[in-house]
Design a protein around this ligand. Sequence first.
Ligand code: FDA
Ligand code: NAD
Length: 434
Amino acid sequence: MASKSFKYVILGGGVAAGYAAREFSKQGVKPGELAIISKEAVAPYERPALSKAYLFPEGTARLPGFHVCVGSGGERLIPEWYSEMGISLILSTEIVKADLSAKTLVSAAGETFQYEILIIATGSTVLKLSDFGVQGADAKSIFYLREIDDADKLVEVIKAKKGGKAVIVGGGYIGLELSAALRVNNIDVTMVYPEPWCMPRLFTAGIAAFYEGYYAKKGVNIIKGTVAVGFDTHENGEVKAVKLKDGRVLDADFVVVGVGGRPQISLFKGQVEEEKGGIKTDGFFKTNLPDVYAVGDVATFPLKLYNEIRRVEHVDHARKSAEQAVKAIFASAQGKAIDEYDYLPYFYSRAFDLSWQFYGDNVGDTVLFGDSSPDSSTHKFGSYWINNGKVVGAFLESGTPEENKAIAKVARVQPAADNLEALAKEGLTFASKI
Ligand code: FDA
Ligand code: NAD
């Protein structure tokens, strides 16, 4: 079988890979030196579009419209860009074996790739209900969403089951974005999740109450505090109903599951140091192995601001970590130093006509400000997190660009706040004064 050799290989062709490629080109990579190997059939794209405009009936997003780096206002890298740069885009190629000591990767088709420097950018994979042994979880018409092929299957089922019923399992990012996208397509939607409120890993009860109320107004049925324990199927194997632990049975024409992700690092087990479920890196995304870097969802890195090491599964970090790793690779080759990664966590979501941003850390006491009633005409409300007398995190729904900048600054500067009642009253004014 064929063997190819490159100075640099990026394994994975998602968000981090695309932003890394742009940085390689800025740093002056030479034609023939860099390859991106991806099991997806398309050039790197902005993955967040898949749970949003890709599914909309109007204003639909399709490639090449959302290739990286349009998501952050940058140049759109269409497949021709890679060929012009002399970057090998090796698509539809799954790596099934990695030998980090021999610096060799082997594809499912048996092709071998050698590298001098490797950047691991394999992202996450979805957790499946079959992983938890849920009865009937392999029925047809149960869908997950991670890659563009998954999104295409959803587009097909939305068309095929027009006006039908869907059950969404999970109350996190996928659950909230997909239930909105399906409602916009006139599907009858019921969400099911085990926790007392949606998005518990970020939302407070007060924040969640707004979204749950708003979703209910949009016609989404919400069932909390229980899980799917099995599925009934038609004779053709398609799902007919979802059985819940509390005994309820929900009719369904199809099901979408979003019960979390897991970093794809199994290829490297035992070969590289791991921590907190990811590949451990330093502030330059270098692993414990010389010449192996890890970026995006798979990296567990030092979060300087909090003096902690963490993994982050969001697009802004995927972009920035990729750029940092490439800058570090070139600096080290030139014997220069760059600053350590100093990341301010930033997460966001959009659904219906809503749009929120969060910056910082969601630890400590919280205050809610603004009008958080689901009936509010502005939808403008937010929350601060206060830890050890300092504001460490800020959330804002329906903020203007200036207001979002102001809450980002608060999370970075961490101003003191002793009186929580006064902070709640001041609301956004507090942020705009920092
Ligand atoms: P990413 O998953 O983008 O790419 C990994 C790539 O590696 C894929 O192309 C995969 O096929 C490939 N790969 C893996 N194993 C391989 C192998 N063995 N051989 C070859 N190729 C392999 N975040 C946010 O902040 N705001 C948002 O709105 C959203 N929205 C959103 C929607 C949806 C549907 C998803 C799934 C995720 C989001 N996210 C998000 C999260 C964000 O997209 C995510 O954190 C980044 O895509 C991570 O970038 P990576 O490059 O690390 O992985
Ligand atoms: P998530 O971690 O956001 O949510 C998982 C949810 O699954 C939990 O909140 C819980 O409600 C639910 N759950 C867990 N076990 C369950 C069970 N047995 N039955 C029913 N529900 C159960 O994960 P996700 O929503 O699947 O998202 C996957 C990945 O995609 C994450 O990395 C996420 O960051 C990313 N993503 C991010 C965005 C964004 O940032 N806007 C959007 C979409 C996806």
